[in-house]
Design a protein around this ligand. Sequence first.
Ligand code: ZN
Length: 564
Amino acid sequence: MEETEKKEAVRKIYAAAVYLRLSKEDGDVCDDSRKGESNSITNQKRLIHDFLKGREDIHIYKEYVDDGYTGSDFRRPSFREMIKDMEAGKVNLIIVKDLSRFGREYIEAGRYLQKIFPAAGARLIAVTDHYDSLTAGRTEKNIVLPVKNFVNDAYCADLSVKIKSHLESKRENGEYTGSYVSYGFRKDSGNPNKLIADPVAGENIKLIFRWKLDGMSNGRIAEKLNALGIPAPADYKRSLGIRYRSGFQKNLFSGWSPAAVGRILSNPLCKGLVVQGKRERVNHKIKKTAVRPEAERSCYRQDDLALIGEKQFDAMQRLLKKDTRTNPGREAAYLFSGLLFCPDCGRQLIRRKTVYKGKQTYFYICKTYNVEKSCTRHSIKEQELLPLVRETVKAQVQMMADGNEIVRAAEDAMERMQAFSPADTLLPELEKELTENAALLSGLSADRTEGILSEEEYEEMKVFYSDRCEKLKGQIRTRKEWMAKAGEAVREAGQRLECFKDTGSWLADPGADIRRSFICSLIDRIWIYEGKRVEFSFLYKDRTAEAYALCGMLGKMQKEPSSA
Ligand SMILES: [Zn+2]
């Protein structure tokens, strides 16, 4: 049936009306210059002629041109003439470049497409929309679909406003409305408007924060994650079967990048703060989005999402800010940028250069003084500050040991750590014992039947071996849990020790330059008083104590856990 129809269609010769329209008012031209050019009458004509090349079943009856007429109504002379010709049976095919050439008044356009043309037996081709009423089929679904896209546009403008306000109200109610969720989190399978933390990725995020606080650069963190074979966010999401779209990463299995690390470190979701509506669509027609001012974004707290404490997270943001305040074109930040503060006005100090007798000197002065002179200078030379900071950082680390000792301790701990394998010897023993006891327990009833055991003995031994089995099962469970924790601790310890060792070798070498990462991982702020008095605010007062405790902890690891 359909086959014969098609053959019929092939034989049929069409008298085509080529309809061309261009207006300056309805956005045909001003969308952008390229589009304007592509919509010119000449171009529309060329495109249609190209399309008709070799199509012997179609001959052009006439070209109808409405130049300078808007598509928002159908009061166009050539359009009217064309409809008249169609009604008179002179044309039975209308060709346009796209549906919007035909008309932009959608309800009326829809009436032509769905009622008037079919009634008159006229075929419509919209070349660039790939729409042909003939091949679109006869079912309503097939006719309506491409037309729908076109008609939909009319409702879109109205709809986009409605959707926007609907989303706003959902967000205000603490519901998640985004379609994509950042790394470390996912949507609750039972409630798509609720976020939950992803335990696996969550652990990696904690790791990334720790490394950063240890002074590692985003690039080095990325390298390390890749070396450890931890899948990058896109790969991880793909492995979970989550649809993933990102403008940042298009390649499959592209690995971690410094930018991906940076995005995680500055994602407020990590401290349990859900910020929504960061971007909004400019309007319903343009896919482009614009960044919303921070004050207009909606946010709510969800404490069970927090992977990082609020204070830690905020400290991280300060650290990141310090690192971004680098000179353009410079790979790394200046040693002290973002660290020096004026204790009188609270603002940062800025770096200045003086040249005296051809010799360059760098110094820092209070920003407030520099701009409005309402504070005092608080000036200090970089060369004066440098040894002071170096000594302070050294002293801070040396509170526990000298550099060589730290390196030795770190290496020793690393070695012990490597020797420590999560496959320990106790567990197989416990399991063997359980198997033996379970076998004895199950053999008891046979012994009773054979008369080896009396009824009394049987009951007594049954209780004994059952108890023994339960106890062993408990020990195995605890042991396994502890092993998992220990494995995790070892992994963490390794990473921490590496940084620890770095610091140690720096201390051991008096000629070595101080690294910014050491300063940033120990010092929060450096206060410069008048008269060159300098005060330090430390991030962690007992960082080294922490590292030593860690070495001690590793030593204890070989021993039996207390709970088993
Ligand atoms: Zn000041």
